[in-house]
Design a protein around this ligand. Structure first.
Ligand SMILES: *[C@@H]1O[C@H](CO)[C@@H](O)[C@H](O)[C@H]1NC(C)=O
Ligand SMILES: *[C@@H]1O[C@H](CO)[C@@H](O)[C@H](O)[C@H]1NC(C)=O
Ligand SMILES: *[C@@H]1O[C@H](CO)[C@@H](O)[C@H](O)[C@H]1NC(C)=O
Length: 269
């Protein structure tokens, strides 16, 4: 080998650096990234696409502010982590019937449109929304999804809505400690800074229940008052009637009838 290269050097009269150049070019062409570009597959600009175990599209660390267009419809795994996505608009992933894994972690997501994940319900197995800016969760957005979700490391506002939505989702086990309350409603509960799913005996809906209880009580009291006042009115009216009846009986000429009637009336009254 040294003999051969020495011979080559002598023959072309070139320096070793010039010999290295073709090798570098060859390596660049053979690398998988350049390979897909060279193959001209319909993939997303700047993203890295591969075909191992179904199509995988990696668009991580690209400072994307919106979901890129032109994601191939046979994509099974889509990585959009470490970007600057601030929201997921409705139907953002429509037309990806095979998508099983969606990584949106480490973005700036603060809202998910109600129809953000429409069309993904049958295929999606894993959804990573960790390390975003999610404060509340629109139950509509994740409705119907059976995907296992990672919702950890978001500045959650823990309230009745969130506490009643979470149990309906298939959450990563890490959610037990990873869904931490940043703020809370009602404000006086000391759940801030705590893992919401570990506060078993805390019921953030209890205030809501209290107010509905009060409403029930007021309604019942109103009914009761109405019934009582009706009874009072009824008794008064009847007393009036009875008195009038008594007067009438007293004014009757028959002595016997009068005494009989009045005795029965007095026992009744
Ligand atoms: C993707 O789109 C092409 C062309 O419209 C279609 O033939 C193909 O069946 C689609 N693939 C899937 C998985 O939907
Ligand atoms: C969920 O997110 C947390 C924080 O990013 C990460 O440590 C964990 O590995 C994720 N879980 C899965 C299953 O990806
Ligand atoms: C909730 O409590 C914190 C600290 O006790 C306070 O800074 C904040 O203003 C309160 N928020 C509301 C809406 O009352």
């Amino acid at each position: 080998m040294p003999e051969a290269s020495g011979w080559l050097l002598r023959r072309s009269g070139a320096s070793p650096a010039w010999l290295l150049l073709p090798g570098l070019v060859l390596m660049a062409v053979c690398s998988p990234h350049a390979g897909t570009v060279a193959a001209g597959t319909a993939c997303v600009p700047r993203c890295y696409c591969s075909e191992s175990e179904g199509k995988t599209v990696r668009c991580s660390h690209l400072r994307l502010t919106s979901v890129p267009a032109g994601i191939p419809n046979d994509t099974r795994r889509l990585y959009l982590d470490y970007n600057q996505l601030a929201s997921v608009p409705a139907d953002a992933f429509l037309g990806l019937p095979l998508l099983a894994e969606l990584d949106l972690s480490h973005n700036h997501l603060s809202t998910l449109e109600p129809a953000a994940f429409r069309g993904l319900a049958p295929s999606l197995k894993f959804l990573d929304l960790s390390h975003n800016r999610l404060v509340t969760l629109d139950p509509e957005a994740l409705a119907g999804l059976t995907a296992r979700s990672n919702l950890t490391s978001n500045p959650w506002h823990c309230d009745c809505a969130l506490q009643s939505t979470l149990p309906r989702l298939d959450l990563e086990p890490v959610s037990l400690t990873g869904i931490v309350c940043h703020t809370a409603e009602p404000n006086d509960t000391d759940v801030r800074g705590q893992a919401l799913l570990l506060t078993k005996d805390l019921d953030l809906c209890v205030v809501l229940k209290k107010t509905t209880d009060v409403a029930m009580l007021v309604t019942m009291f109103a009914w009761f008052a109405m019934v009582i006042s009706y009874l009072v009115y009824y008794v008064r009216a009847n007393q009036e009637d009875a008195r009038r009846h008594l007067e009438y009986l007293k004014s009757l000429p028959s002595r016997q009838g009068k005494s009989e009637e009045s005795s029965t009336i007095s026992t009744v009254v």
